[in-house]
Design a protein around this ligand. Sequence first.
Ligand code: GLU
Length: 352
Amino acid sequence: MKAKTIILYLLLGASLLFGKPTIYILATGGTIAGAGTGKDATTSSYDSGKVLIQTILQALPADEISQYANLKSEQILQKGSQDITPSDWITIAKRVNDLLQQKDIDGIVITHGTDTIEETAMFLQLVIKSNKPVVLVGAMRPSTAISADGPKNLFDGIVLASSQESRGKGVMVTANGNIFSASDITKSNPVHLDTFKPANIGILGYMWNNQPYFLRTSNQLHTLNSQFDISSITSLPRVDIIYGYAGLDEKAVEASIHSGAKGIIIAGVGNGNISTSAQEVLIQASKMGIKVVRAGRMIYGPVTQWGEVDDEKYGFITSWWHTPQAARIILMLALQNGFTEVQSIQKLMLQY
Ligand code: GLU
């Protein structure tokens, strides 16, 4: 072997052994980019999505970051996550898929508002075609607050995305020192730092001293094992969520049908139960070909088939492990990808 070739192999080996991963940060806004509206850093009022990613990154210790990763960043959106739309999910997902195809990008961190971070994470979980890490981070306190939590969450996100152990784990969220699977996370408290909770199994692991400690992996299908493809789509079908409560009548369901919804998720009471008057209209909707999913208004646990409702008779689907907002994403993608049979969509709810 020629000396030149040997040197090239040595350089390649050295970069594989010692090269730092390149992590690409996509910023979308949210409280992590929020700026206080008051005169001090201790009160709660602030505007979400004001500070650009370059400024947020300045709050991180550059020399410590440089031990873990080379960073590149891009401001893909700038809004509070209450304004994130399905069209934004598609924009973000296509950009992530393009970036992860590049050999010199090793992982992605997305900064995002916490209100709907779980929805963007779930969408990406189902449509990203790579085993490279994708991590979403947010903050409960704006960047101008004392004890802002954004810089630590972002730092943890970068470390998590640059870890070899994170490969193949699916899309994750890290917040307050915890690591969550996108398949099992929901925001539970509007004000606490410790707001994110897994609805079923538990956290994937912890971030501690700049290292991920994984306790488990998700059994749900995701990323490379997902059959959903968004490469040629530009929109998703309308799927509404209707909240269940004592005295729910047929009006909200009728409004949803008239709005042209292709699917309705009912965040039912208890095990996805529905008042008789609303259920009668949902049965009509199901006969019209609108897909009806019984989910639940409680954070924890599954909404099961074969409870008090005869799902098979009415053509209903149940959400099982999924919050109403996660079940909505599965149904939207199922409809967009040509699933029409109730049984096959029911199977997707169990698999993803
Ligand atoms: N509404 C804000 C958002 O989701 C607040 C939540 C946050 O980022 O913590 O963007």
